[in-house]
Each structure stands twice: as C-alpha cells, then as structure tokens.
Ligand binder design. Structure first.
Ligand SMILES: O=C(O)CCC(=O)C(=O)O
Length: 324
C-alpha cells in the first residue's frame, strides 16, 4: 500500500511553507502540499552530485534491469555499502523514534504492533546511500523524482501480513518508470519477506485493499469497475509468487503495479522495512475513474495538488516534485 498520510495535515501544510529538518536536508511543503527539497527539487534546481556507481558493489546491471522490467521485482543482494546501510538504518530508526503526524497503527485491536509512517525525511539518505545511483543504473536514466518513503514496523508478537495489493490502486499514475526500493533492516528469511506475483505489473489493475480487519480483499473503493482483489493467500499454489531471503544491505526494487504482500511476524521478531518510491519521465496521469460515485480514496486527496488540471495520459508537472 502507498499512503501519504493525513490529508488535513497536508492541507494545513499547503497554506504556508513549513520547514522540516530531516537531519540530512531541509524540506519545505509548497502551496500545493507536495514536499520539495528546496536546494535540489524541481526542474529548476541544481542536481546534487550522485555517488559514483563504481563506489557501489558491482553487478550485472543489464540482467537486473531485465528482471525488474519482466518480473516486476528484482532482488539486489548486498547492494548497499556498510556505510550506506548505516545511513539508511540511522534514518529509519530516527523516523521511527519520532513518528510524524501521519503515523498510524493498522489493526489497533491486535496485540502486536503493525505501524506505518510516511514522509520525505529520507531523501538525503537516498542520496548518501547511493540508492539514486542504483536506480539510475537500473533505469539507464539520469533524471527521476522522489515520491517519498513509507516505513513499516511489525513487532511484539504475531503481527499480521500486509495484505496483497498493488500500489497503483492508491495512486493515479501509470508508466514503466514507477518503482519502490524496499529495504529490510532486519534479516528476514524468505517466508517473512515481501512477496510478489511475478509479472503482475503487466496484468489487471485491481481495486485496492481497505486493510479491513476481517477481510484482506475488502475493496478500497466501494463502487468501482476495478475487480476485487483475488484471495491470493487462500490459493497461493496457483500464483507465481516470488520472494527471497533478505539480509540488511540488500535492496528489492519493484514496479508499483506488481501485486505484493508482506509477511507478518512471529513472537520475538522485529521487522523494520521501508519503501522509497520513485517516478521517472514516462509516468503519466491515470485519469480512469476509480470509484463510480467519485469517492476519493488512496492518496487522491493528499495528491490533489499534483493531479489538479491533468487529463488521462498527461505527464506530471515535474517542477512540483522532488528531483533526486
Ligand atoms: O513491508 C511490508 O510488509 C509492506 C510493504 C508494502 O506493501 C509496500 O511497500 O507497498
């Protein structure tokens, strides 16, 4: 799932510039409510120097790019340097220790914690850890934009699975250059990793999951032509599910249209994960109606400034996005 958090806060922030000290960069919210890095954002800013690809562990970038394109997800083992990993961990731990106004607990009646937070506090970390360099190598592109991060913390017992879903059900965006970089800061055996249905980014766009306590497939949009999510958990053998054993320092890149779901935890486990999301120049506005009665869900309200005035197929005004 991809949420940008509480709309009222974004609306209030849109009224006046609000400085947010991230520890790594200074961010301000613009009048439309999008968060920008003032020193580097938009098409007018000076792009910062990326750390060179040669300073990252070597790999077959063409093969990795092919897997991302064809399967919708690729695992890059040991992709961060020790220093890069330390920076990501410090950034995530600082954010978890000081939750934003958007932080939210899923399934509050359950004993185990399943916490989510969102923001743009990790843009500096993305650069310092060379995650932008990695994505530039995968995409073969110099220019792309940062959509923000989403943190997940599961601990304190048997936290639930993150329901199967596609992030594009929560975003009005389409194109091939639309990805998340998912990182686990705790070692996770395959069965606790994020899982993907191979190739599903090229298939049906389903209604989102409402994250309802009694049914993972309960639809986000109540009156939608988008088909309800299938019950993948009940029928796993019939889906081409892929996941990996992950170690801290590994990166998983996935297309936001791929069906994915995250495992829960067992007692004694802590699972800190973060998704950093990016948009490239081929991404356009997806103006297809999500709800026949016009309900606004997902990030519709939070991103209304970004969507304003766009028609189906229009490119985004990159000047309001954070260039990375
Ligand atoms: O880490 C997880 O359990 C969930 C990640 C996820 O669903 C996402 O990033 O969209």
């Amino acid at each position: 799932m991809f949420s940008l958090g509480d709309t009222a806060t974004l609306r209030a922030a849109a009224q006046c510039p609000l400085w947010v000290g991230s520890g790594h960069s200074l961010l301000a919210r613009n009048r439309k409510g999008s968060v920008m890095d003032l020193k580097t954002s938009g098409d007018h800013g000076q792009s910062p120097t990326r750390i060179p690809l040669s300073s990252l562990p070597p790999r077959d970038w063409a093969a990795a790019a092919r897997a991302l394109d064809e399967d919708g997800a690729v695992h890059l083992p040991g992709a961060l340097t020790a220093e890069g990993l330390a920076r990501v961990e410090a950034g995530v731990d600082a954010a978890l220790a000081s939750p934003s106004a958007h932080a939210k607990r899923f399934y509050p009646k359950e004993e185990a914690t399943f916490q989510e937070d969102t923001g743009h506090r990790l843009i500096g970390v993305v650069r310092e850890a060379g995650i932008d360099t990695t994505l530039a190598a995968l995409w073969g592109l110099p220019d792309f934009w940062y959509l923000g991060e989403q943190l997940f913390l599961k601990e304190g017992g048997r936290a639930r699975r993150t329901p199967w879903h596609q992030d594009t059900s929560y975003l009005r965006m389409m194109g091939s250059q639309l990805v998340a970089c998912w990182i686990s800061l705790d070692p996770l055996p395959k069965r606790h990793c994020l899982e993907f249905v191979r190739g599903s980014h090229r298939g049906t766009l389903y209604n989102g999951s409402a994250f309802a306590a009694d049914d993972d497939t309960a639809p986000l949009y109540g009156h939608s032509r988008l088909p309800r999510l299938p019950d993948i958990e009940a029928d796993r053998a019939n889906w081409d599910i892929v996941s990996w054993d992950v170690a801290p320092g590994d990166l998983i890149f996935f297309h936001l249209g791929v069906l994915h779901g995250g495992a829960g935890t067992e007692p004694g486990m802590r699972r800190r994960t973060v998704s950093l999301r990016f948009l490239g120049p081929d991404v356009v506005y997806d103006g297809r109606p999500r709800d026949e009665k016009g309900a606004q869900e997902g990030n519709d309200v939070a991103l209304s400034g970004m969507y304003a005035g766009l028609r189906h197929g229009d490119p985004f005004r990159t000047g309001v996005l954070a260039k990375i």
